[in-house]
Design a protein around this ligand. Structure first.
Ligand SMILES: [Fe+2]
Length: 287
């Protein structure tokens, strides 16, 4: 930095421009522009909220608490990203799939990559507790052709709103989880139980902050899916129970119209029929 340039910002009002002057030219590096944008929005926020010194210190202490609460098993920063809608926004901005394709959602913290493969028709409720639900579905491509051999991994909460890995002493390992391979018609089916909605974790600093402000913590009831097939973009998504009253206030902003399904027939039986539409990998679409 030259002496003239250095003197130019001495005593100047603290603005994004003054902050921006401090960076050198770095061709092709997105970092300075990103930091300038970050500072610009942060300056605007501070000017709008006008925190006292104590309030700013309390905010910095909150950031320390969130870091202290995070580890490999519990990522409180990811929860902050989720609860403020940032995870959903990043997903939305990166989603270039055609409207007919099944939308992606954030995967969330309860997925297990070591989920066991099960035969079509298997019951993934290993403890038999809950209201039985039959799930049948198809995996298709954008032309409506079946995707055979797709791996459909599903995981869900039990009727009390807990995943198996949240209750290792109460639920059998891999309860309500299964990985199925679609048949020649792209079909899969399995038996399970009706899932319950559940609150996002409120015991950490992020959850307790939003709870204090009256933010609704309950996620609507859903099944989660991860669908992988060779030559196709992987789908990670939810299917939500159309009857759940919390559909409009999912704290993770994952509910999309295409992902709301009826889990009950008109006669009251618990049955879900679903279709997932996969998109071929980009380089294959360009051929
Ligand atoms: Fe979930």
């Amino acid at each position: 930095m030259t002496a003239a340039r250095s003197r130019a910002s001495v005593g100047a009002a603290i603005t994004p421009d003054v902050f921006a002057e401090r960076f050198g030219e770095r061709q092709g590096d997105k970092l300075p522009a990103s930091l300038i944008a970050f500072a610009s929005h942060l300056h605007a926020l501070v000017r709008e909220l006008r925190p006292s010194r104590d309030e700013w210190r309390a905010f910095l202490n909150l950031l320390i608490d969130i870091g202290d609460y995070s580890d490999r098993r519990r990522d409180e920063w990811m929860l902050v990203s989720d609860l403020f809608g940032i995870s959903a926004l990043v997903e939305e901005l990166n989603d270039r799939r055609p409207p007919a394709a099944t939308p992606n959602t954030a995967r969330g913290p309860f997925y297990r990559d070591d989920t066991p493969e099960r035969p079509l028709g298997a019951n993934i409720s290993l403890d038999g507790k809950g209201e039985p639900l039959s799930v049948s579905g198809r995996v298709l491509d954008l032309d409506g052709q079946p995707v055979s051999g797709a791996l459909v991994t599903t995981w869900q909460a039990n009727s009390e709103g807990f995943y198996e890995n949240q209750q290792p002493d109460h639920q059998p390992e891999f309860n309500l989880r299964g990985r199925f391979t679609t048949d020649a018609e792209g079909r899969f089916d399995y038996r399970t139980i009706m899932p319950s909605g559940y609150p996002v974790p409120l015991d950490g600093p992020a959850g307790s902050l939003l709870k204090r402000a009256g933010f609704p913590p309950r996620r609507p009831a859903h099944l989660q899916f991860h669908i992988a097939a060779e030559g196709f973009e992987t789908i990670t998504t939810h299917l939500f129970d159309a009857d759940d009253p919390a559909l409009g206030s999912d704290p993770l902003f994952a509910v999309k119209p295409d992902l709301i399904k009826r889990f009950r027939t008109a006669s009251g039986r618990c049955e879900l029929n679903c279709t997932f539409v996969m998109v071929r990998m980009r380089q294959e679409r360009l051929r």
